[in-house]
Design a binder for this molecule. Structure first.
Ligand code: PQQ
Length: 261
């Protein structure tokens, strides 16, 4: 009896390809990073949360830059229009609008100075490298890989909902209107990831392309993970930017409050 084996290079079915993409997101997304876990459990000090907001701002301001690099690779008006909307989501249509402005307001609600955020002076070296890695990936790789890298957003809306709840419950010192960024991202992330998934499923025709798309998504998970590693490590004793005695005091106050509850 002869059996015909499918060649190793046979493309995955669309369903299997999608399942593999989703599995990368589920297994390696930064919602499992110890810093995010501590954030959700209410264990971050004010200094740690401010450090995260400051460093994540560096990521936020580079999202429209990498999206502009992607737009330049798209070969139809329909696709460019679709992707241009992402730039508008972050930069707004006018001064004082858009996601970057909402992130600045989150910073202000957390007691950070807008000028300091905009200066970038407090951004950690590891965060700069992670963000530059993502921008350069989108600059140098194929449209398929650049779009596939954005598919971490499949997992982002769920994380936004967890984060909003955690902020409301554990960090009431941040005014509620500071959370507008996260609220907006629930719908934007859902729409963006659905669009990107459709493109990736359509464009990746060969097994090689499919594997490249999975690897691109995996790389992006590394970017987000490395960013949080840098933010997390900066608070360790002996690291630059570690908590001041006052920050440790605010953590001790919080622990005491918890014990009383
Ligand atoms: O706070 C987060 O956890 C988070 C994650 C991600 C992501 O999964 O890439 C994005 C965002 N936020 C975000 O706000 C955002 O605008 C965004 C754009 C992209 C992208 O790769 O195009 N990811 C994300």
């Amino acid at each position: 009896m002869t059996t015909t084996l499918a060649p190793l290079t046979e493309p995955w079915s669309p369903a299997e390809f999608e399942a593999r993409l989703r599995a990368v997101g589920q297994g390696r997304y930064h919602d499992r990073h110890p810093f995010n876990v501590r954030m959700h459990e209410g264990d971050l000090s004010q200094a740690e949360l401010r450090r995260w907001i400051t460093n994540r701002f560096h990521y936020q301001i580079h999202i429209p830059v990498k999206d502009a690099l992607i737009v330049a690779k798209l070969d139809s008006s329909r696709l460019r229009r679709m992707w241009l909307r992402r730039i508008e989501d972050h930069d707004g249509r006018a001064e004082g609008e858009g996601g970057i402005e909402r992130w600045l307001r989150l910073g202000e609600a957390a007691g950070l100075d807008r000028g300091t955020l905009l200066s970038g002076e407090a951004v950690l070296p590891g965060v700069r490298l992670a963000v530059e890695g993502y921008v350069n990936f989108c600059r140098l790789r194929s449209p398929l890989e650049a779009v596939a890298a954005s598919l971490t957003e499949l997992s982002a809306p769920g994380l936004m909902r967890v984060r909003i709840e955690a902020f409301e419950r554990h960090y009431p010192w941040i005014a509620a209107d500071g959370l507008a960024y996260f609220r907006t991202r629930v719908d934007q992330g859902r729409r963006d990831s659905a669009e990107a998934l459709e493109l990736v499923l359509r464009w990746a025709r060969t097994r090689r392309d499919q594997e490249r798309a999975v690897a691109a998504l995996s790389f992006k998970c590394d970017v987000l993970w490395a960013l949080l590693d840098a933010v997390d490590c900066a608070g360790r004793p002996g690291a630059d930017g570690q908590d001041t005695p006052a920050d440790r005091g605010s953590r001790a106050d919080r622990d005491e409050r918890r014990e009383r509850v």
